[in-house]
Design a protein around this ligand. Structure first.
Ligand SMILES: C[S@@+](CC[C@H](N)C(=O)[O-])C[C@H]1O[C@@H](n2cnc3c(N)ncnc32)[C@H](O)[C@@H]1O
Length: 243
């Protein structure tokens, strides 16, 4: 869920993040089960890209992996040889441990801040993936982070993200209006209390970007290519690939 859990590390100790994470996790699980954020198609696209572009054994870093429900599935029948998941929530990682049992490759799970992935992982990964988690950073921090990813990845490495995007001329405030409108009409499996949790967090913490800015940040970081490779049917989220 964009906004759920994201910026808390700056304001609260990890225990607090975990506590809030647990409280909100059920809401996020419902969102995933109803596929309101198009996880199925986005992670399906990730699977396709991994298979069409990487025909050698690759290591995969799943930053802010949560319970790894969708990554563990999208990595099946790819050339993945090693998986590393990083998340602030130990509780989420304990669920991820179970999800990853079905992925027949070596995996490790690290409790930590995804922004520090370069120091938490000894050998640079071939693929870095972030699902719905980098958008809480301000634009300049997003720029610093993507530069770090570029510097860490090997020459033939790939960075991919699935994140909230603004439409042309949209601001953070009008994005929120569009988001609320879509959610009120379509996320009908959630209770009013659950919707309130979502709205509060998205309003406070989500910082979506224009597709052109997500792409520009990649170019400025030194990636040769930066492309929007999937947009969900609501137009709220897109997948970007940087090489
Ligand atoms: C919205 S969930 C996304 C989970 C999964 N990647 C997906 O695509 O569904 C956000 C996750 O990011 C984690 N998280 C938030 N800020 C983080 C940070 N700075 N470092 C590591 N994990 C973080 C939360 O604990 C949560 O598991």
């Amino acid at each position: 869920m964009p906004g759920l859990h994201q910026p808390l590390k700056n304001e609260h100790p990890h225990e607090k993040v975990t506590e809030i994470f647990r409280r909100h996790w059920d809401v996020y699980r419902k969102v995933i089960e109803h596929d309101y954020m198009s996880h199925k198609a986005a992670y399906g696209r990730l699977h396709e890209i991994l298979n069409s572009e990487i025909d050698w054994p690759f290591s995969f870093a799943d930053l802010a992996c949560g319970d790894a429900y969708w990554t563990s599935r999208s990595l099946k029948d790819t050339n993945v040889s090693e998986y590393t998941g990083i998340d602030l929530s130990e509780w989420a990682l304990s669920v991820a441990e179970k999800e990853l049992e079905s992925l027949p490759v070596e995996h490790r799970l690290i409790t930590g801040d995804f922004e520090d992935f370069d120091t938490l992982i000894d050998i640079p990964p071939d693929v870095v993936w972030i699902g719905l988690s980098v958008h809480h950073l301000e634009a300049d921090k997003k720029g610093d982070f993507i530069k770090k990813v570029r510097e860490t990845l090997p020459e033939d490495g790939v960075y991919m993200i699935y994140e909230p995007t603004l439409t042309k001329g949209e601001t953070r405030a009008t994005y929120f209006d569009r988001f609320s409108d879509i959610v009120k009409h379509t996320w009908i499996g959630l209770t009013p209390e659950e919707l309130d949790i979502i709205f509060e967090h998205v309003r406070k913490f989500d910082i979506p970007e224009q597709p052109s800015d997500w792409i520009r940040l990649g170019r400025e970081a030194g990636f040769r290519t930066a492309d929007e490779v999937y947009t969900d049917p609501t137009g709220l989220y897109s997948l970007f690939k940087y090489k």
